[in-house]
Design a protein. Structure first.
Length: 141
């Protein structure tokens, strides 16, 4: 009976560890004009990613969010390199009240146990996109 309990408990622990280590990308969709051709959407996404990969900006993101402590890395520069590895900008779609609309998804790849931090990073990057576009960020969610 004890052996069965240990096996069951070990299985639950292993399953929980497995679920926490699964990929869990987090992103923020930015609606774009549905009439833009696909080539133009891809070009915009590529340009945004290039601008977001600016090392000085990523160091600032690391400092703002305290990533050095979270990721236990030696410097904000190393955190910036890690963000650069995880960062993605993709063309996609998202659902609204009016139906599916095209979007540019700005996000960060991570694992399930870091989903909260990945979400914060994605939101911070999105604020910078509004600055790059010269627009005020929308209020609310």
């Amino acid at each position: 009976m004890v052996a069965m309990a240990l096996i069951f408990g070990g299985s639950l622990f292993a399953y929980r560890a497995y679920k926490q280590s699964r990929p869990s990308p987090m992103w923020v969709p930015l609606q774009i004009n549905p009439e833009l051709p696909t080539e133009k959407q891809d070009q915009i996404a590529k340009e945004l990613k290039t601008k977001l990969l600016d090392h000085d900006y990523l160091v600032r993101v690391s400092k703002d969010l305290g990533l050095m402590k979270e990721w236990q890395l030696d410097s904000d520069g190393k955190c910036a390199d890690e963000i650069a590895k995880r960062l993605f900008v993709r063309v996609g779609t998202f659902d609204t009240e009016k139906g599916r609309v095209p979007s540019i998804n700005i996000g960060v790849n991570g694992v399930a146990k870091e989903s909260g931090l990945s979400s914060k990073i994605a939101m911070h990057l999105t604020k910078h996109v509004w600055e790059l576009l010269g627009l005020d960020a929308p209020k609310g969610k």
